[in-house]
Design a protein around this ligand. Structure first.
Ligand code: ADP
Length: 520
């Protein structure tokens, strides 16, 4: 792509890094937040033990360096025109490194890794889960960083030795990337800190009692900063200029920002392999009664906003199963035509509890089920049932959010879910799914022009710090929402379907797999 001269004589760019679970991408965005260059590199996943997931830290860093250098070179950008760097990243993943050499002491332990299960069970037995939830907004679970850090200290002798010498640094991926880019800064942002399970989301500081419980020395943790602050400068030797790193947020929070969800009640919902929904609840954390997570949404212009977060384990994964497992469709996109052609008189319900059911059921022993099969059931009905199941799970999730918000009705955070829902992720390409979502939620669904919402969020934060995006909204790429889906069904239509869905879920929960523990 040629050097951009479209907007002024001295064009300005933000370099935005999206360090994800399976690949790293680097983007260049101009003064209008238009994406004008991208480079991507995948890296290997390591599964050294059952339930363990690791990344080679040097693969992560190598992919960041290569994609950044590639996107700068291939777009022929004058390095002086790159005014800032924004980072968004896979959350909860833990890296431990030597303070001065920056050498990692172990692989990155990835968010999906379950090795902290036994310790988390122990914390629940010690009845510490209430205290952890009250301080962090999170449920005690090996998904979060703290039990992974503890495992490293207990199992990697070099980590313990460095810790004793005061030379061990722990951090999430953003923190390690800033250390490598800058040559040693040890910092993170509030959103990533809020996913470690060591961060008090009320005081916005590392919590001594939590560090004590997980046996993590506070000195090994990074300094925590606002998302739109100056974190460090990238070493001039890397890209040819000392570029400020001035925007950081975890991936789901970055998507919230990239979708422009800055008002109380704004929701973004990402439909990828799984589904992650975040609801902006304003300047005070809302504690969930439905086992949703309370998390820091962002700190911008000095003001902290919180979010309620819920996830659905199986969204696009159900379509992958139809394509790769059952092989009843050739592509994910084909599911749309199948759903359109399905016999509307058939009533088929799929409960895709492949790995249990999330909010509000929280049953990890549940397994999937299909209800209403007849001789006439074909791939079309199966695809329709799979797509519908994603929507029914969304209804349950948003109902939980609505409940939590209603219970705050007496406060400024309280109220009902009334705003349109802004969606992103690979599944939003499916119009049939989006219309069914609008109909079942009885809410407008907005699909943005650019579904690169995480990277827009990271770039927005950096540009905001620099004063570059004063007149640009983070969702400016999406100023013209690409497609809007409006509800077109009545309450009776919705109620009839939901009743059948809940009957299907209840039957599924009553079915006990032989050789598996009974649901409690
Ligand atoms: P992730 O970031 O989790 O890898 P993506 O946002 O890239 O996921 O979305 C990919 C998922 O979306 C896959 O699970 C795929 O099955 C699903 N998907 C992609 N296109 C469609 C479509 N047109 N209809 C239904 N599902 C789709």
């Amino acid at each position: 792509m040629a050097k951009s001269t479209a907007h002024s004589n001295t064009p300005s760019y933000i370099l935005a890094i999206d360090q994800g679970t399976t690949s790293t991408r680097a983007f260049l965005l101009d003064e209008t937040m238009r994406i004008c260059g991208v480079a991507q590199q995948e890296f290997e996943q390591h599964f050294p033990n059952s339930g363990w997931v690791e990344h080679d830290v040097n693969d992560i860093w190598g992919s960041v360096l290569t994609t950044c250098q590639d996107v700068i070179q291939h777009n022929d950008i004058d390095i002086q025109a790159i005014r800032g760097i924004g980072i968004t990243n896979q959350r909860e993943t833990v890296i431990a490194w030597h303070k001065t050499t920056l050498e990692p002491v172990y692989n990155a332990i990835v968010w999906q890794d379950r090795r902290g299960t036994a310790f988390c069970d122990e914390l629940r037995k010690r009845r510490l889960d209430g205290m952890v939830q009250q301080k962090t907004g999170l449920l005690v679970d090996p998904y979060f960083s703290a039990s992974k850090m503890r495992w490293i200290l207990h199992n990697v002798p070099e980590a313990r030795a460095l810790c004793d010498e005061g030379l061990l640094c722990f951090g999430t991926v953003d923190s390690y990337l800033i250390a490598k880019l800058s040559g040693g800064a040890h910092v993170t942002d509030v959103t990533n800190a809020s996913r470690t399970q060591l961060f008090n989301i009320q005081s916005l500081q590392w919590d001594p009692a939590l560090c004590d419980v997980f046996e993590i020395p506070m000195a090994s943790l990074p300094a925590v900063q606002a998302c739109d602050s100056l974190f460090a400068h990238a070493d001039a030797g890397l890209f040819g200029a000392a570029i400020p790193i001035c925007g950081v947020a975890g991936d789901q929070q970055a998507a919230l920002i990239g979708q422009g969800c800055f008002n109380v009640g704004d929701i973004k919902s990402t439909y990828g392999t799984g589904c992650f929904a975040l609801l902006n609840t304003g300047t005070h954390p809302v504690q969930s009664n439905n086992r949703l997570l309370t998390t820091v949404a962002y700190q911008i212009d000095g003001e902290v906003h919180y979010a309620l977060e819920g996830s659905i384990f199986v969204a696009g994964a159900a379509i992958q199963w139809l394509r790769d497992g059952l092989q009843v469709i050739d592509s994910a996109a084909q599911s749309e035509a199948c759903a359109q052609q399905a016999d509307e008189h058939q009533s088929l319900f799929l409960v895709p509890a492949f790995t249990g059911l999330g909010a509000p059921y929280w049953n990890s022993d549940a397994r999937g089920a299909l209800f209403g099969i007849t001789r006439a059931t074909s791939a079309n009905e199966l695809c329709k049932a799979a797509l519908e199941s994603i929507v029914y799970q969304s209804v349950d999730l948003f109902t939980s959010m609505h409940d939590d918000l209603s219970s705050m009705a007496h406060t400024s955070q309280g109220g009902a879910l009334t705003n349109a829902i802004r969606v992103d992720g690979g599944m939003v390409a499916n119009d049939w799914l989006m219309q069914f979502l609008a109909d079942m939620l009885n809410t407008q669904i907005d699909v943005p022009n650019s579904i690169e919402t995480t990277v827009l969020g990271a770039a927005y934060l950096a540009g905001k710090h620099l004063g570059m995006y004063n007149d640009v909204r983070s969702d400016s790429n999406n100023a013209h929402i690409k497609r809007t889906f409006t509800p077109s069904k009545d309450a009776a239509w919705r109620a009839a379907r939901l009743m059948q869905w809940h009957a299907a879920v209840n039957s599924t929960l009553q079915f006990h797999q032989p050789n598996e523990p009974s649901p409690s």
